[in-house]
Design a protein around this ligand. Structure first.
Ligand code: AMP
Ligand code: MG
Length: 406
């Protein structure tokens, strides 16, 4: 069986998933979700002219000629705190003490910052020690947004600043694309879950915690569906149950050529299998199908393979389900600080690397450790995957494309 180019496998998976329905959520739950409505300002922001500095509200003309040597004295006609308004307009020749964010009183057109003033002992007169122009430190109404401005379109990925803007505009809920619930299983009779000592031939289940964390890191909702034995009936029952409660399922193990690789045989029997042998290393075997209409990603069992398979195939598709149009990790070109050698085998190798910025600002990479698909420590030390095209690899000082994992 010939190997499928990665881009073809990615396209096949992407073509079979679609964004989920939309729902309303409280704004403080919306970070990382995709906005499914437009948002406009229905009032001016800020809603009133206010001061950007603590100081004194004045008429600019009343400060004409003021300097440190010949200050202008103005009577203090009141104090305006943030959250209150002046009880009367400012008259010519007066000043009002004003705090950052407080409304500019009628009659005033500038603020003298407190550092340019001195107040007499009985707190009735302020000496202004510098001239100010009309508009000085005044933040006009609508300075950030004018009423009626269309601010956000559907499709944006919501950041903390967007949430701040929603709150500013008085929105408490927004319409978003639902966050996929992603159920994660591990499979394999050799796996031990929990702290029990290992018996002969046993290893610990590292894929499930790792995949649950990758799901959460991508902003999706992880659902721990536990461990499954290498038993086709048990796997089938668990996948059907998981499909009822989740929007997508991830399994690890059981998709390669072994006698007990039942995830593959099961999906085959259900008639919904896309089993692929992808031209990449690690993570060559990959199964994709649906159970009761729910997409299921059959990731390979080796710990590095399951993580790389998640990165390259599941993550983009799950983000598409959450409404993202940009589903890719960032990539950079980086110079190698050492040779990254490999053998010609018809595959693109994703070598676990550490990317660091050098003194001249260009990123540089080194191998992060062991490159076997079972050597999770190498992945744990890595912050990138360097894509090395088929061939002998690259020597020191050459450029490689790196998928950033952070
Ligand atoms: P499989 O694809 O099921 O043949 O598994 C391939 C390799 O990955 C075997 O060495 C398994 O023991 C290992 N493996 C499978 N599942 C896990 C897991 N959840 N945690 C750690 N290693 C695993
Ligand atoms: Mg297995």
């Amino acid at each position: 069986m010939s190997l499928m180019p990665l881009a073809d496998a990615q396209r096949r998976v992407m073509d079979q998933v679609a964004p989920l329905s939309t729902t309303r959520v409280p704004i403080d739950e919306s970070r990382g979700m995709v906005l499914a409505q437009s948002v406009a300002a229905d009032e001016d922001i800020p809603p009133f002219a206010n001061t950007g500095m603590d100081g004194f509200a004045v008429r600019a003309v009343d400060t004409t000629g003021a300097s440190a040597e010949s200050p202008v004295d103005l009577p203090i006609a009141g104090t305006i705190a943030a959250g209150s308004v002046a009880d009367r307009p400012l008259r010519p020749g007066e000043a009002m003490r004003i705090m950052t964010g407080a409304p500019i009183p009628d009659g005033a057109d500038a603020v003298v910052m407190v550092e340019l003033t001195a107040v007499d002992e009985d707190d009735t007169t302020v000496s202004v020690r510098g001239e100010v122009r009309s508009g000085n430190h005044v933040r006009p109404a609508g300075d950030d947004l004018k009423a009626g401005t269309e601010l956000f379109e559907p499709g944006i990925v919501i950041t903390p600043a967007h949430i701040g803007m929603f709150a500013t505009l008085g929105l408490t809920e927004v319409e978003v694309v639902r966050r996929p619930r992603v159920g994660v299983f591990s499979t394999g009779d050799e796996l031990v879950v929990g702290p029990e000592p290992l018996g002969p031939g046993q290893i610990r289940d590292s894929n499930r915690p790792q995949l649950l964390a990758l799901v959460a890191e991508a902003g999706l909702e992880p659902v721990d569906l536990g461990w499954l034995p290498d038993d086709e009936a048990a796997i089938e029952a668990a996948l059907r149950a998981g499909a009822e409660t989740c929007d997508a399922l991830l399994t690890s193990g059981g998709v390669s050529m072994g006698d007990f690789d039942f995830v593959k045989t099961l999906l085959q029997r259900l008639g919904e299998l896309n089993w692929m042998q992808i031209a990449i290393k690690p993570a060559k075997p990959f199964a994709f199908g649906t159970v009761l209409g729910t997409p299921i990603f059959g990731l390979p069992g080796n710990p590095v393979s399951s993580a790389v398979s998640f990165e390259l195939l599941a993550r983009p598709a799950l983000l598409k389900m959450m409404g993202y149009s940009d589903t890719e990790r960032r990539t950079v070109w980086a110079f190698t600080d050492e040779p990254l050698l490999r053998q010609r085998d018809g595959k693109t190798h994703f070598i676990r690397v550490r990317v660091a910025e050098s003194i001249d600002g260009a990123p540089r990479v080194r191998s992060a450790g062991g490159q076997g698909s079972h050597q999770l420590s190498g992945l744990a030390m890595a912050n990138g995957l360097a894509a090395i095209p088929d061939g002998e690899g690259v020597s020191s000082g050459e450029k490689v494309r790196v998928v950033l994992l952070t």
